[in-house]
Design a protein around this ligand. Structure first.
Ligand code: FES
Length: 103
């Protein structure tokens, strides 16, 4: 199963292929910051991809629209930002996200 490493805490989550990062975290008993409940509109779940960007499904138009509106295209590209509630895992990936903790 793909593994999602969450920094700086160093958590390692197992994800089923096609599961979002946030779904994987919740399923394994972790809280992932959110205010919209995973609908792709609040950006509270935003993480930056440190390694394995290609192991996530490409960003869809709705995710792109939400991230660009909040952070601007340049920041999204430079920091490799993704919405954890939308980004689907296909292989091993490492992301930066503060505030992920045991639920
Ligand atoms: S949880 Fe709100 S955008 Fe991801």
């Amino acid at each position: 199963m793909p593994r999602v490493t969450v920094l700086p805490a160093g958590l390692v989550l197992e994800a089923r292929p096609g599961q979002t990062i946030m779904e994987a975290a919740r399923e394994q008993g972790y809280y992932w910051p959110t205010t919209c409940g995973g609908q792709g509109i609040c950006t509270s779940c935003t993480c930056s991809v440190e390694e394995g960007a290609d192991a996530l499904d490409p960003m869809g138009p709705a995710e792109r629209r939400t991230l660009y509106a909040e952070f601007g295209e340049a920041q999204v590209r430079a920091r490799r930002l993704r919405l954890a509630c939308q980004a689907r895992v296909r292989g091993d990936v490492a992301v930066q996200k503060r505030g992920v903790r045991q639920a």
